[in-house]
Structure formats: structure tokens, C-alpha cells
Design a protein around this ligand. Structure first.
Ligand code: HAM
Length: 419
């Protein structure tokens, strides 16, 4: 137990963490270009936020949340996703009072008590974007283009964008009735959870993972065939705009999403190379959420990408990236006085931006050189008593073996030699 991480969690280190950092760097660059601002909300929120936001008939709320009472007796939940917390902050921090639209992004851990398998973890990480205040299809296109750009820049070409529309509250009402009637006729074939959902939220049945329900769902009426004029126009304009942006997509009436807040546009980027959990990115419009949480009616649209699945898709194409670790300089030393000088030199060179290591283990010179090799040092400098008294030492270029004498106290000269 003590040396075993909880099921569905993992440690990130070595080459893997370098890949994550590279992706995070891409995200920050992209977000600068699109002018989205980062938001960091707490890891936990009041449970009610997710019950109201994500929806209490969803799998997430019914089965997957990490919920506990804190010492004050309040019900607290570890965030299962990023949208509800960002929406809460939008209201609480009065971001609606700023120039609209408000454009936020986050990189956050999320927690869901799911059955772990490849691409499905209990702690996972999302990069998400949320855009508030713009109700037109152009906002949908802008948000989709962000996800598309990130995937393209990372060379992830093995994904397909699936889009659908769930309609707004008006068309949903009529559709829900039609759907409920269909499921009512097939009631006995549904799983017990869905029999219950039938009365509360028949749309959720479309998303049920149970094979018996999926069999019934196959012939259910689809949202896209039941849109009112305005929702239809919104959807058609969006598909035209995506075509204009040369973002390939397929219309897929099977995309219903597992969260309750969606209205109109929903979309997913799906990869077929990474097993059963192929949805890398999910998102859509959610024009009712801000009002549901107590704000004024405010249109919103966003998505989240699971970083773990993103990397799986990337690695399915180009294999695992092995990052070569490298230092600019390794300063070896023998003797007390040389050790102190080495430490001071390393300190000063680092402040000039050089990547420097020196011995902290009291190793022999031979073992120090072995270590320098291991960490990929480009240059080595060895200091002993003679070097200290003469203020001169041998700098070795590890790539070609060439050496030169350097006056190591002259930091400008030393810096220039190892640049
Ligand atoms: P979601 O589809 O539940 O949507 O999750 C988004 C992405 O998070 C998934 O496509 C997947 O890559 C990743 N993900 C979800 N669950 C797991 C898991 N157990 N293990 C690993 N990765 C996982 C949302 O969370 C919405 N908040 C997205 C959104 C933002 N819609 C509007 N704005």
C-alpha cells in the first residue's frame, strides 16, 4: 500500500513530464494568439455546484464523483471537470462586467471514480477553454478551431471531428417528448438506471454505456432531425464556417455528450488508434448554465481535451518521444577550496541562464566525469588546488574532446566559451 499509488492515478516524471511540458508550452502560445486568459479554480468545490452544473442525472454526478464531508460538515467534491468551476468564478468574480466575450482557459487535474483502463483514469488532466457572452455560431467555430489548431500543431492527424446539435430549450422540449415516447415503448429493455432516467431526462439514455441500452438507442429519434428553424440555421452556418476554415468534420447524430448543460452545438475529436477511450476532446455550447447557477442568461461555449489521451494519440503516430537531458557545463572538483569555488561559479553561471551542475556527492574525479557524461554535459571544467591558485583550468568540449585553458573567474569569457 505505502509504495503503491491509488488505482487510476499515475506519476509523471522523466521523458513523460518533458512531453507534458512541451504540450503545455504549445497551449500557452496558442492561448496568447487567441487572447484567452488562464484561470485556476480550486481543486474542490461545493458538491451542489456539480449537481446543478453537470446535472444530477449524469453518470458523473450519480456514480463518479469524489465527494466527502469536510470537518465543518460541508459536502465537498473534487472537480470532475473544469466547466462548472470556471462558470462559478465567472459569476462570483463578476467577469461578466468586463468587456465581453470573456475568454478563459485552464490546465487542471480532474477526478472521476471510474473503472480504470487505458485512457481512463481516476485523476486525469484537462486543457479546457470557455468563452462566455457570444451566442453566435462564429464563437462555436472559434472554439473548435482552437482544439483543431492544438491537435494540428502537435502533429495529431489521426483524429476526426464529430459534430452534432442538441437544439435549444424549445426544440429540446418537443424532442424530449418524442424520445420519452420511444423509450417508453421499449422500457423493459433498458437498464435500471435508465428506466429511472426515463422520467427525469430521457436524453441521458442516449449516452448510457450499457450494451442493452445501446441496442435500444440505435433506433431512437435523433436530435439533429428534430431541430427548430433557428437551431437548424445555427448548425448549418457553423458547418459552413468550419468548411471556410478548412476544418474537416463529420456530422454525427450519436454525439450527445455525458453532461447536462449542453444546448445546440456539441462536438468531439475522436481518435481510433488508442482503444475504447478514443474521445480526446469534448465540448459544445451551454447557453443555460450561467443562468442555472444564478446569473443572467449568458451564452457560452467551450471544450476540454484530456492531456493523457492526447499524448496517446500523438504516440500512436510518432512513438514515444525520448527527451535527451542536457547540461551546458559540469564543474568537477577535488578538495575543499575547489568545492567552494565550483559552487560559487555554478551559482553565478546559472544566474546568467546556463544549465550547470557540480558535484554534491563527494565523488572521485573519475566518478564525477562518468556522471557528467550521464547527464549529457556539453562541457566540463575540473578544479583542484593548482587550478584555484592559478585561477586557470581546462575546459573540455565533451562532443569532440577538444580542450582549452580558461580563466574561470572571468565569467564573460567562460560564458562565451560554453555558449
Ligand atoms: P468530458 O467529455 O467529460 O467533457 O471530458 C473532456 C475530456 O476529458 C475527454 O474527452 C477526455 O479526453 C478527458 N477525460 C474525461 N474523463 C477522463 C478519464 N476518466 N480519464 C482520462 N481522461 C478523461 C468535459 O469535461 C466538459 N467540461 C468539456 C467542456 C468544456 N464542455 C464545455 N466546456
Amino acid at each position: 500500500m505505502l509504495t503503491q499509488a491509488p488505482r487510476g492515478t499515475y506519476d509523471l516524471f522523466g521523458s513523460d513530464i518533458r512531453t507534458w511540458q512541451m504540450i503545455e508550452k504549445e497551449v500557452y502560445t496558442l492561448m496568447e494568439e487567441y487572447r484567452f486568459q488562464e484561470i485556476r479554480t480550486p481543486i474542490f468545490e461545493h458538491t451542489e455546484l456539480f449537481q446543478r452544473g453537470v446535472g444530477d442525472t449524469t453518470d458523473i454526478v450519480q456514480k463518479e464523483m469524489y465527494t466527502f464531508l469536510d470537518k465543518g460538515g460541508r459536502s465537498i467534491t473534487l472537480k470532475p471537470e473544469g466547466t462548472a468551476g470556471a462558470a462559478r468564478a465567472y459569476l462570483e468574480r463578476r467577469l461578466f462586467a468586463d468587456a465581453q466575450p470573456t475568454k478563459l482557459f485552464y490546465l487542471t487535474p480532474c477526478f472521476r471514480y471510474e473503472k480504470p483502463q487505458a485512457g481512463r483514469d481516476r485523476q486525469f488532466y484537462q486543457f479546457g477553454c470557455e468563452l462566455y457572452g457570444a451566442g453566435g455560431y462564429m464563437a462555436d467555430a472559434e472554439v473548435i478551431s482552437i482544439a483543431y489548431s492544438l491537435l494540428t500543431r502537435l502533429g495529431i492527424s489521426n483524429v476526426t471531428l464529430h459534430i452534432n446539435s442538441l437544439g435549444g430549450p424549445q426544440c429540446r422540449k418537443a424532442y424530449n417528448q418524442k424520445l420519452a415516447e420511444y423509450f417508453m415503448d421499449n422500457r423493459e429493455k433498458l437498464c435500471p438506471t435508465c428506466q429511472e432516467r426515463l422520467n427525469k431526462n430521457p436524453l441521458r439514455i442516449l449516452d448510457c454505456k450499457s450494451p442493452v441500452c445501446q441496442e435500444v438507442v440505435k433506433d431512437a429519434p435523433s436530435t439533429i432531425d428534430n431541430l427548430g428553424t433557428e437551431c437548424r440555421e445555427h448548425f448549418d452556418n457553423l458547418t459552413k464556417q468550419l468548411t471556410e476554415l478548412e476544418i474537416p468534420f463529420v456530422i454525427d447524430s450519436g454525439i450527445v455528450r455525458g453532461l447536462d448543460y449542453y444546448t445546440r452545438t456539441v462536438f468531439e475529436f475522436v481518435c481510433n488508434d488508442i482503444g475504447a477511450q478514443g474521445t480526446i476532446c469534448g465540448g459544445g455550447r451551454y447557453d443555460g448554465l450561467i443562468e442555472e447557477l444564478g446569473g443572467d442568461p449568458t451564452p457560452a461555449v467551450g471544450f476540454a481535451i484530456g492531456i493523457g489521451r492526447l499524448i496517446m494519440a500523438m504516440e500512436a503516430i510518432r512513438g514515444k518521444t525520448v527527451w535527451k537531458e542536457e547540461a551546458d557545463l559540469y564543474i568537477g572538483h577535488i578538495g575543499d577550496s575547489a568545492g567552494k569555488t565550483a559552487s560559487r561559479l555554478a551559482f553565478l553561471l546559472r544566474s546568467k541562464g546556463f544549465r550547470v551542475e557540480t558535484d554534491l556527492m563527494g565523488r572521485s574525479v573519475k566518478a564525477q566525469m562518468k556522471y557528467a557524461n550521464k547527464i549529457g554535459a556539453r562541457f566540463t571544467l575540473i578544479l583542484g588546488d593548482t587550478e584555484i591558485s592559478q585561477k586557470e583550468a581546462v575546459l573540455k568540449n565533451m562532443a569532440d574532446g577538444s580542450t582549452m585553458q580558461v580563466q574561470f573567474e572571468d565569467l564573460e569569457a567562460l560564458g562565451a566559451a560554453i555558449r
